[in-house]
Design a protein around this ligand. Sequence first.
Ligand code: GDP
Length: 194
Amino acid sequence: MNFSKAEFILSAVEPSKFLRDGLPQIAFAGRSNVGKSSVINRLLGRKNFAHVGATPGKTSQVNYFKLDGAAYLVDLPGYGYAKVSKAERDRWGKLMESYFAAGLISLGVQIVDARHQPTADDRTMAEWFYATGCPVLIVANKLDKLKKSEIEPNLVRIRQTLCPKNEAEVIPFSAETGVGKEELIHRIHDKLHA
Ligand code: GDP
């Protein structure tokens, strides 16, 4: 599957628009501003395919990109942005619950910030993925912002917080420099074909 052969398909703002054509769906989730759009653009080798720096929390939509005709990359709406209204948070919750309940996820990819202890929202998100039974990859993004000596302890902390029972693999990544791109693509292939 060639990740540079990607096309934008649609944005779903309600469950009736979710794609259900049987192609595997690789769902990407992450806190607002964690760099989810940047990670997706890096993977697809595009500059501004997924919209970097979109106003956080303003858009509860599920964006679909088709990868080489073989799978969908599903860009889920970001969470954890403090300044969203209750109405917007409710909309987010309903949309996400519907998507997770639809049983459409083949592989979960959760993006977290390599610098920080995962938040309570990050833990909840990981639990949602684990509950589906799908394989999960955790991408520790913004690695370029860490000193060399900080990398291993931070990765250990992320593993202990999000996957204490080895529920997922943690992949160090930088959307800025491209570190981890080949590893992530490799792992996605492995998990989809396992
Ligand atoms: P999203 O809200 O999760 O989609 O996050 P964006 O992709 O819009 O990124 C949020 C901000 O973090 C932007 O200013 C990006 O340029 C920056 N960013 C994203 N990934 C990285 C990274 O790996 N390293 C650094 N230094 N900055 C990053």
